[in-house]
Design a protein around this ligand. Structure first.
Ligand code: Z2T
Length: 795
């Protein structure tokens, strides 16, 4: 369509002229959108034809969240048009970055889990693998966060823009999902059959989004389902208006809980909607005989949210395809595999038996039978009560989705080495003993084409100038940068780019939030969902300690630091919201103190999302990864920051462990308890925060100030936090780790005093980050679990 800047400009200008008058940036957006869509369309069609012609095995990644972020710029990047378009527009007096700002990102996810799904579909397409995403088309994505008087408020976010739909409605592929109804046994041609009488049908309409791989070679599909009223006869158990209302609600909004189970009927409806609609389509569209499903299809379930795929596939195979239980079970357990993302008890999905029985009576029957047969298979073994408890799917009226997912799939994985070890040795010990070959590790990764190539186009340019462009397709080649980690001129270029990215973030924040940040300060960045275990509280307490020290000790005048926070709390998570309020309160006090402000600046970026992350991550000097060891399954922000040349201050938790392994502990700031020690304390209930106060006067003083109310306007907010830290035996060990955290921060200051050495460490981090590309992760899944075949690139 266009291969040079001049050609692009010609086509672009002609199209703009056709559109006539209007806001230039808006029209430019529309024009660029249309141009890329036309380009994509043909490749999208050809990719699907190629898959069909070759009868390729397909992977379907089932996820309740896909946090894709803005689309236009990423498509331009992957089509290799970005530079041409940017320069062409420049010459026409337009700024591509301004045009990109017009897009509201589809925030169809909460955090790591949803973003991981988005990174995975990018890598699948970029590797030329036949893999598609299946998810839900929520009308409202994750809420927009505002601070009012320091407290988080939530507003609905509408991302769907009428003018340029990022997805295509596929009326031709509509399916119907059944809820409620009465299970009946009927006599069929070949014996007794189960039939669900008068279910309440809901129409599932797919909306397809193209997923453009690197170099535009492959275009796969992300299919999102929207719920609408059915055209089928209405059974009439309830008022039709009520049915209409309930139907619209199914895909009305994303549940805003990160690692916290909702347990609500609407959530269950969403989960079943995703599983049933997706499975029906997969079975309808397949051009293979049903016995060959496992050779033709792999289904990966992203945590237990889509675990109803197990009983739903069983139901379809038995009731619609007339297979026997054993045949159906054999097929199901060779098709589905499961990824676990957490060991936090409060995130483990457990459904009330009666809820499933009412909403999905046939599904309940199937789950019961799976449980019965599994328990029967265990009978010859001598298992104690504890083991039987851990191995039961249904127990005390609840259905444990993780056990169902493990039993019903052929592979189960954790998301980082440490996490997988904890799963196998502790949380799922009994299950892994029953199925020793099922469990495996797949350390998470990130789409380096978004988090480096797109978000930090300047650094990418330097990397390409230095080692050539191969790293874009083979990210482990970033290791070649190691040779330049002591090259003076390279380090200077790196420093200049870091400074530029800081400047861009400063402009962004000035425009959006009216704050002004000192470009020469150390940018220390803590961005992630708010959760007790992620310990934003430890970070802010440490800032308070620094403030106290500056006030107390006239010789302590440390190099200026800006501490950035970004993240949302689940609306129902009281503690996390109190921490947000506390950070805002401390920020006000520190920032308004003329002496302290020379050394410390606290900036809480409102409404942290993918777009904000793309501004913040490239500007970071320091990456805060300070979760209580054993609690963070993996983390992926840690990888994004490392890849952009930030140094990690972190615990031995999740993928941090592997980051330290790749880059060397001497190129990071490691501190805190080990997972073993944390778990030991938990087992023995031996942690006593008060003993820390007795031995550390600085911490004692801070606690005293908090109790006296020196850090709050109203006292209540902080009372609650102090109680958690001291009285309630703090499950996240904040005071236990804060001293070694503080020492690690001192090491950071010492290291930053030597700019060239610091830059060398940054470059070593970038060089070691290639392993954390999701291209590597996806290749491993494909090799060990899905067994997909690469199709030759089309272009
Ligand atoms: C989530 O983002 C994560 C785990 C969940 O467990 C739920 C959600 Cl919404 C049910 C995160 C983990 O906390 C994080 O450590 C990990 O990196 C990420 O999933 C992707 O695996």
């Amino acid at each position: 369509m266009f291969s040079s800047k001049e050609e692009f400009k010609k086509i672009f200008v002609t199209r703009m002229e056709h559109k006539g008058m209007g806001k230039t940036a808006e029209l430019a957006y529309e024009t660029l959108w249309e141009m890329t869509q036309e380009w994509i369309q043909d490749r999208w069609y050809r990719t699907s034809q190629l898959y069909k012609d070759n009868n390729e095995k397909q992977l379907y990644y089932f996820s309740i969240e896909f946090l894709i972020g803005r689309v236009l710029g990423q498509n331009l990047i992957n089509l290799n048009f970005y530079d041409i378009v940017k320069e062409g527009l420049d010459e026409l007096g337009l700024q591509l970055s301004e045009i990109e700002e017009l897009e509201t990102e589809p925030g169809l996810g909460n955090g790591g889990l949803g973003r991981l799904a988005a990174c995975f579909v990018d890598s699948l397409a970029s590797l030329g693998l036949p893999g598609n995403g299946y998810g839900l088309r929520y009308k409202g994505g994750l809420f927009t966060q505002h601070f009012v008087n320091g407290y988080q408020t939530e507003q609905p976010t509408q991302w769907i823009q009428e003018k340029h739909n990022v997805d295509v409605r596929r009326e031709d592929l509509v399916v119907e999902v059944p809820y409620y109804g009465e299970v009946q046994l009927v006599m069929g041609m070949d014996g007794l059959k189960v039939k669900v009488e008068k279910p309440e049908w809901v129409k599932a309409v797919p909306y397809d989004m193209p997923v453009v791989g690197a170099n535009g070679g492959t275009v796969n599909t992300l299919r999102l389902w929207q719920a609408e009223v059915s055209d089928r006869p209405f059974p009439g158990h309830k008022d039709y208006a009520v049915y209409e209302h309930e139907t619209a609600k199914i895909t009305d909004r994303l549940y805003p809980d990160d690692s916290l189970e909702a347990g609500k009927i609407l959530r269950l409806k969403q989960q079943y909607f995703l599983c049933s609609a997706s499975l029906q389509t997969i079975l309808n569209e397949g051009s293979f005989s049903i016995e060959e499903l496992p050779e033709n299809v792999a289904i990966q379930i992203n945590d237990t949210h889509p675990a109803l795929a197990v009983p739903e596939l069983m139901r379809l195979l038995i009731d619609d395809y007339a297979l026997s239980w054993d045949q159906a079970w054999d097929i199901t357990t060779r098709t589905i595999s499961y990824t676990n993302h957490t060991i936090l008890e409060e995130a483990m999905e457990k459904w009330d038996r009666r809820l499933i029985q009412t909403l999905l009576p046939r599904i309940y029957m199937v789950i019961e039978e799976i449980d019965r047969r599994f328990k029967e298979s265990l009978q010859e073994q001598e298992l104690d009560d504890e083991a039987l408890h851990k191995l039961s799917i249904i127990e005390n009226g609840v259905i444990k989705m993780a056990v169902l997912a493990v039993v019903g799939s052929y592979k189960v994985n954790g998301v980082a080495k440490l996490h997988t070890e904890i799963l196998k040795k502790r949380e799922m010990k009994e299950l892994s003993e029953q199925f020793p070959n099922k469990f495996h590790n797949k350390t998470n990764g990130i789409a380096h084409r978004r988090w480096l190539l797109k978000a930090n186009h300047e650094l990418s340019g330097l990397i390409t100038d230095t080692i050539g462009p191969q790293w874009i397709k083979e990210p482990e080649r970033l290791s070649e940068l190691h040779y330049f980690s002591q090259n003076h001129s390279f380090l200077q270029d790196f420093q200049a780019i870091k400074s530029l990215k800081k400047e861009q973030l400063i402009h962004h924040l000035q425009r959006n939030q009216n704050v002004i940040v000192d470009q020469d300060s150390i940018f220390d960045i803590h961005i992630k969902r708010f959760h007790g275990y992620k310990r934003q509280l430890m970070n802010i307490l440490h800032i308070q300690m620094l403030y106290d020290r500056i006030k107390r000790d006239p010789t302590y005048r440390p190099y200026p630091r800006t501490f950035f926070f970004g993240g949302k709390a689940a609306p129902s998570y009281h503690f996390a919201k109190q921490v947000i309020k506390m950070i805002n309160t401390v920020a006000a006090k520190v920032n308004n103190d003329p002496l302290a402000r020379k050394h410390l600046h606290v900036v809480f970026v409102e409404n942290y999302n993918v777009t904000q992350a793309e501004y913040m991550i490239p500007a970071a000097d320091v990456s805060e990864q300070i979760s209580t060891a054993s609690k963070e399954a993996s983390g992926t922000g840690n990888m994004k920051l490392m890849m952009n040349g930030a140094l990690t201050i972190g615990t031995f938790d999740g993928a941090n462990v592997e980051i330290f392994e790749q880059v060397g502990e001497e190129n990071a700031f490691v501190f805190g308890m080990l997972a073993e020690q944390v778990m030991q304390h938990e087992k023995e209930k031996s942690y006593n925060p008060k003993s820390i106060i007795d031995s550390d006067p600085e911490i004692a003083q801070l606690m005293e100030e908090l109790i006296k109310g020196e850090w709050t306007e109203g006292k209540t907010n902080v009372d609650f936090i102090v109680e958690q830290l001291l009285e309630d035996g703090d499950p996240y060990f904040v005071l236990k780790d804060i001293r070694s955290y503080s020492k690690a921060h001192e090491q950071i200051l010492n290291a930053y005093a030597h700019p060239e050495k610091w830059a060398e460490m940054c470059v070593k981090n970038i060089a070691a980050s290639g392993y954390f590309s999701s291209d590597r992760t996806i290749q491993q899944y494909s090799d060990d679990v899905w067994h997909l075949t690469k199709i030759p690139s089309l272009y």
